[in-house]
Write a protein that binds this ligand. Structure first.
Ligand code: GSH
Length: 364
């Protein structure tokens, strides 16, 4: 008989972006877990009292610790279950995987939210799926209203929609080329980058009505990768690319990040720095939106709200960069030269964001 007290409890939903990032890691590492629906009771009795936040996923360990925030969860899982690894240690692949993670978490939110909330067919399906997952029509309606009402603040506006769709088509083309030769983003083994890509690609673009057709009609290899990620084979054969290298198709994906996502990320963190210079107080929890900034995607100009989460995610890339030795740094610079990602790596923040009790805190 199973000893259920030793199982992990994963509060998550199938159509939740960030749940989809952690679930493959739990399966891949063979963590014994129950996935528990985000019902009103789960929020009331577990999620809100333990984290003070209304976010999923939340992971509760067998020792009754609470883990929240997918990036922290993936780091802690890696420390607790180092085999099979999901986080490359070699510098180029380490930095590449973190660049792909910040791109997936912060920028692919735009196509994911656009394709879910801009089309009546997708909206009807998502609302029904929210109801099914929460088990409560009113809770689902309130949540769906909040999500659909947030897309303008994220930058999904009439001025940006053509650029968001063009970006998505390019991404799918590049993924199709990549998966023609490699089963995962960094070669023959899954990584944290694959986990992060599952958020937008599985939970939204694959499961939602309108983009679901787009993926099945134009991106069959990406659909196979999604299924592969959700159903890892025990034993996890394969390795990342040899000698810390980057394949031409992975480089093309990094160049897409450099060309389209880096300007968005830099506009966001520069605006956060302006807010912190003028209004931030060390020790304070920044508001969820500290302001609004102008940005551009493929020539389209639009505005988005500025979140303290973007600089926190960027620190995840910049901190390991700062720890590299000079030969390692040269290797990273030469692998990324010409992709456009260099500008992000060269950014030097004046401020620092930390965490206290699951809340972001301005440290300096
Ligand atoms: N940074 C968090 C984000 C979690 C998140 O945004 N989760 C969504 C579901 S995919 C949510 O619960 N949103 C509720 C809200 O925005 O109020 C993480 O990585 O865990």
């Amino acid at each position: 008989m199973n000893d259920h007290a030793r199982w992990w409890r994963f509060y998550a939903a199938e159509i939740s972006y960030f749940s989809a990032k952690v679930r493959p890691a739990l399966r891949y590492k063979g963590v014994p877990f129950f996935e528990i629906l985000p019902t009103p009771r789960a929020y009331r009795e577990v999620i809100l009292p333990r984290t003070g936040l209304g976010f999923i996923p939340v992971l509760v360990t067998p020792e009754d610790e609470t883990w929240q925030d997918t990036s922290d969860i993936l780091d802690r899982l890696e420390a607790r279950f180092p085999e099979p690894p999901l986080q490359p240690k070699a510098p180029v692949q380490r930095i590449a995987s973190l660049l792909l993670e910040i791109y997936a978490d912060e920028v692919l939110l735009l196509p994911a939210m656009h394709y879910r909330w801009s089309f009546a067919e997708s909206v009807a399906r998502a609302r029904a799926d929210f109801h099914a997952a929460s088990g409560d029509a009113e809770t689902a309606r309130v949540f769906a209203d909040r999500m659909s009402g947030s897309i303008r603040m994220l930058g999904v506006v009439p001025e940006s929609i053509a650029a968001i769709e063009a970006h998505t088509r390019t991404l799918l083309e590049l993924l199709e080329q990549h998966f023609a030769t490699s089963p995962y983003l960094l070669g023959d083994r899954a990584s944290i980058a694959d986990c992060a890509f599952m958020g937008p690609l599985y939970a939204h673009l694959y499961l939602d009505a309108v983009p679901g057709r787009l993926l099945r009609e134009t991106a069959p290899r990406t659909c196979c990768w999604i299924e592969r990620m959700n159903h890892p084979e025990p034993g996890a054969p394969g390795e990342w690319y040899v000698n810390d290298s980057v394949s031409p198709t992975l480089r093309a994906l990094l160049a897409l990040v450099g060309q389209d996502a880096v300007p968005l990320l830099l506009d966001a963190v520069r605006d956060f720095e302006r807010w912190a210079d003028s209004s931030g107080k060390p020790g304070q929890t920044p508001p969820r939106g500290v302001g609004v900034h102008a940005t551009r995607l493929r020539g389209a100009s639009f505005s988005r709200y500025t979140s303290a989460y973007t600089p926190w995610m960027l620190q995840r890339v910049l901190d390991p960069i700062a720890r590299l030795g000079s030969a390692e740094r040269r290797a990273v610079d030469s692998a990324l030269a010409g992709t456009g990602c260099e500008e992000l790596l060269a950014f030097v923040p004046r401020h620092r964001v930390g965490k206290k009790d699951f809340q972001l805190v301005l440290e300096r």
